[in-house]
Design a protein around this ligand. Structure first.
Ligand code: SAM
Length: 268
């Protein structure tokens, strides 16, 4: 399969998931979105960029925090972009745009222009996260901040995420996580952030992940029979009744260094 075909499958997975994602996952992921936006400190002039914005839950908080700035979301999936544009229209903000495209390598028009780049739960899906982070840092002005939240290789020891991971057996190559430090330079924060998440039961979680979450791409790749077997195995091990777990995401905050001249202006 070529890179373009792989990207097309990811996009199709999120197209199919978009409506359900907004209903099921956006409220459950809200504390991590808030943590990412709250992590932005004082930043220079310029727009705020949101790669992998999905239905753009970051927008409500960003618009409150930066009412006079341009805010741009970028997402690969047409279905997600449609929902994101609906959100922007509801909020009726003149400076908001949503662009459909691959956020791995940003359009050069953003280079050195942005006050902040904020991305939640997109990085771990990209084929080359190091290249993406390089491109996101390049978009920042000196003094601007990158705030990124992503699911690391291990999100929990017990819980539905861990159970699916153990049954599927491979989560892909996460060796890029260790190599991020070299790309990021000096980091302000690098920590695991955990919040409780509750599902009505094992079946509701599995069906939401399959129809409205990241499992959609797996379903497209492996087919309905594979997913039906996975569901059976999952439910055999899931606890009965309501299920609360505490997955951990990784939050990284980096401030782009000021140029030497800006950091120490001449005093006379
Ligand atoms: C789990 S959703 C997160 C959406 C939103 N940031 C949130 O926190 O709810 C991941 C999003 O990443 C997008 N995505 C995946 N690969 C992408 C790529 N190469 N370029 C842009 N967006 C991508 C998907 O379409 C999906 O909308």
């Amino acid at each position: 399969m070529t890179d373009d075909e792989r990207l097309a499958r990811v996009a199709r997975g999120w197209d199919e998931a978009a409506d359900g994602y907004e209903e099921y996952f956006v409220p459950r992921f809200a504390p991590w979105v808030k943590a990412a936006v709250d992590a932005i400190g004082d930043v220079p002039e310029g727009p705020v960029l949101v790669p992998c914005c999905g239905t753009f839950p970051e927008l409500d908080l960003l618009a409150e925090r930066f009412p006079d700035r341009a805010i741009a979301g970028i997402d690969l999936s047409a279905g997600m972009v449609r929902r994101a544009r609906e959100r922007a229209a509801r909020l009726n903000l003149p400076g908001v745009e949503v662009v459909q495209g691959d956020a791995s390598t940003l359009d050069p028009r953003w280079s050195e222009s942005c006050a902040a780049v904020v991305s939640v739960f997109g990085l771990q899906q990209l084929p080359d996260p190091e290249t993406a982070v390089r491109s996101w840092l390049d978009a920042l002005r000196p003094g601007g901040q990158l705030c990124v939240v992503f699911w690391p290789e291990t999100t929990e020891e017990a819980g539905p995420f861990a159970l699916v991971a153990s049954l599927v057996g491979e989560r892909g190559d996460f060796s890029w996580e260790d190599r991020l430090a070299a790309v990021l330079g000096e980091v302000e924060r690098d920590e695991l952030v955990s919040y409780p998440m509750t599902h009505e039961g094992g079946a509701s979680y599995f069906d939401a992940a399959n129809h409205s979450g990241s499992m959609r791409a797996l379903a497209l790749a492996r087919g309905d029979d594979f997913i039906a077997r996975l569901r059976q195995q999952f439910l055999a091990q899931a606890p009965a009744g309501e299920w609360t777990h505490h997955p951990r995401a990784r939050l990284i905050v980096v401030r782009k260094p000021l140029s030497r001249a800006e950091a120490a202006p001449p005093t006379s």
